[in-house]
Design a protein around this ligand. Structure first.
Ligand code: FES
Length: 157
C-alpha cells in the first residue's frame, strides 16, 4: 500500500506492507537509524518518535497509521542549518548518555514535554520520562539536561 505523510518536515510517499511497523519503515526504508529497536513491546522507549508532536512507540505502531500525519525522528530535531536543538546540546553538555542507544528516544520524549511547556518542574520531568529506560547512564544527568534545555527554551520565548 502507499502512504503519504510528513517526515522531518518533508512530504514523503512510501510503498509499504500493511503489517510493517513504523520503526521498521523508518529504519529499513527511510534509513533513519536513530530510531532504535530494543524491547519491541512498548516498554523501553528506545523507538520513540513524535507523531503530530506527541511521543509514540514506533515499534508497536503500524506505519500506515501515520498517513497524513507529521512524523519527527531524531534526524529532524536539529534546525535546518545543523544547529543542535537545546535538548541535544544539553545532553552533550551534561554527558547524559553513555552508549547512546536510548538517547534519541529520550530527547524526542523530552522535546514533546518542553514543546508543550518549558515551565516544568523536576517532578514533571520524572513523571513524563517514565516510559524511557536507560541501562547505563543513570537518570540524574538526563534530568539535569532536560532542566537545562527548559531554561534555554524559556529564554527564547
Ligand atoms: S523498542 Fe519500542 S518501546 Fe522498546
Amino acid at each position: 500500500m502507499n502512504i503519504g505523510f510528513e517526515l522531518n518536515g518533508k512530504p514523503t510517499t512510501l510503498e509499504i506492507e500493511q503489517r510493517e511497523t513504523l520503526a521498521e519503515v523508518l529504519r529499513g526504508r527511510c534509513r533513519l537509524t536513530g530510531v532504535k529497536i530494543s524491547c519491541e513491546a512498548q516498554v523501553c522507549g528506545s523507538c520513540t518518535v513524535l507523531v503530530d508532536g506527541l511521543p509514540v512507540s514506533a515499534c508497536t505502531l503500524l506505519a500506515y497509521e501515520v498517513r497524513g500525519k507529521r512524523v519527527t525522528t531524531i534526524e529532524g530535531v536539529a534546525d535546518v542549518s545543523g544547529k543542535l536543538h537545546p535538548l541535544q546540546q544539553a545532553f552533550l553538555d551534561n554527558f547524559s548518555f553513555q552508549c547512546g542507544f536510548y538517547t534519541p528516544g529520550m530527547i524526542l520524549a523530552a522535546k514533546a514535554l518542553l514543546d508543550e511547556s518549558s515551565n516544568v518542574t523536576e517532578e514533571d520531568i520524572v513523571a513524563h520520562m517514565n516510559g524511557n529506560l536507560c541501562r547505563c547512564t543513570g537518570y540524574l544527568p538526563i534530568i539535569k539536561a532536560i532542566r537545562q534545555a527548559a531554561v534555554e527554551m524559556r529564554g527564547r520565548k
